[in-house]
Design a protein around this ligand. Structure first.
Ligand code: PSU
Ligand code: MN
Length: 310
């Protein structure tokens, strides 16, 4: 057994699909353990998998159990990560070595999941939102490792943009500097997660999955190591009222500041407060957009596989 296989366990189904060149979509687990409350987190994670299967791709949820990165978690393992919730270690690039060596249970962030997907040979990854430059990040340097990962790991992330708990303008500047294509899917501006608009224009737009798959193929053919962000706005019927959500976010940011929250606790803290402030409405919106992203990711993975991928 080579050393990588000692720490990376790909489920037989996922392995087979990858060997055949069939479409596979990776899914993260921080959104399960840290992003949503139990039991809705588990229910959503399983529903996301089901939608990807219905669309004709294979889902591969990724997490860390018993000293191994598991690619293709079982429903029981997803239940475990969801139930243990915040006690599971939020695992980004920095955390991987120690979480694995100490055999701690870990939920992978966007960055952690991109690394695992790439090691396994999965090109597409669906989630809710990416991390970004936090508000005030120009002083605190609280910039998500997701943005750095997107510069160095060739995995396409299908998401609904970044939450406006973050500084969306600076997040886009950072991605531009890193050479990361940010593609507006059916839109000319960056979506703001709970709402379809952020007011920040994007320069790349795609209106069908094939265009995204083709661009990703070119990126790989050129040997560029960058990832890609496909920013897919929340469905109209699920979008939140901008004033309502922005008020909740403003309050949550004040609370975080007053409580002195910092580091990797910031994002989960804000997410939880926003859910509470909106009486659960933000959670419903979050679930709707994740399911929508899963569908698009499956379609892109299928378009890519159908045209001789490598
Ligand atoms: N945004 C969400 N929900 C989430 C996250 C972000 O709307 O669950 C999670 C993702 O796993 C993302 C991580 O990779 O938070 C970013 O955390 P940080 O800002 O500490 O890098
Ligand atoms: Mn951070």
């Amino acid at each position: 057994m080579n050393q990588l296989n000692h720490y990376l366990e790909i489920s037989p189904k996922v392995k087979e699909a990858l060997q055949e060149g069939s479409p596979v979509v990776a899914l993260e687990s921080t959104i399960i353990s840290h992003g949503m409350p139990y039991p809705k987190n588990v229910k959503t994670a399983l529903e996301v998998e089901r939608i990807i299967s219905i669309c004709g791709a294979l889902p591969a949820t990724i997490g860390i159990l018993d000293g191994k990165i598991k690619v293709g978690l079982t429903p029981q393992e997803i239940e475990r990560l969801g139930k243990e919730g915040l006690s599971v270690s939020k695992t980004s690039r920095r955390d991987l070595p120690f979480v694995l060596a100490a055999k701690v249970t870990g939920a992978t962030t966007v960055a952690g999941t991109m690394i695992a997907a790439h090691l396994a040979g999965i090109r597409f990854f669906a989630t809710g939102g990416i991390g970004g430059v936090h508000r005030g990040g120009q002083d605190t340097l609280d910039i998500s490792a997701d943005l750095v990962e997107l510069q160095q790991t060739p995995v396409a992330v299908i998401c609904s943009g970044a939450k406006s708990i973050l500084d969306i303008g600076r997040t886009l500047e950072y991605l531009e500097t890193g050479g990361v294509p940010v593609i507006g899917y059916g839109t000319d501006e960056m979506p703001a997660f709970y709402t379809r608009e952020s007011g920040h224009p994007l320069v790349i737009r795609a209106d069908d999955p094939r265009m995204v798959a083709d661009a990703f193929r070119v990126q790989r053919a050129l040997g560029l190591r960058t990832g890609m962000v496909i920013a897919n706005p929340i469905p109209k019927e699920a979008a939140m009222d901008a004033d309502l959500i922005n008020k909740a976010i403003g309050d949550a940011l004040e609370e975080a500041e007053a409580a002195g929250i910092s580091g990797k606790e910031v994002t989960p803290f804000l997410l939880e407060r926003v859910v509470r402030q909106t009486g659960g409405a933000s959670l419903d919106a979050n679930i709707a957009l994740v399911l929508n992203n899963a569908r698009l990711a499956a379609d892109i993975a299928i378009a890519y596989a159908g045209n001789g991928n490598f």
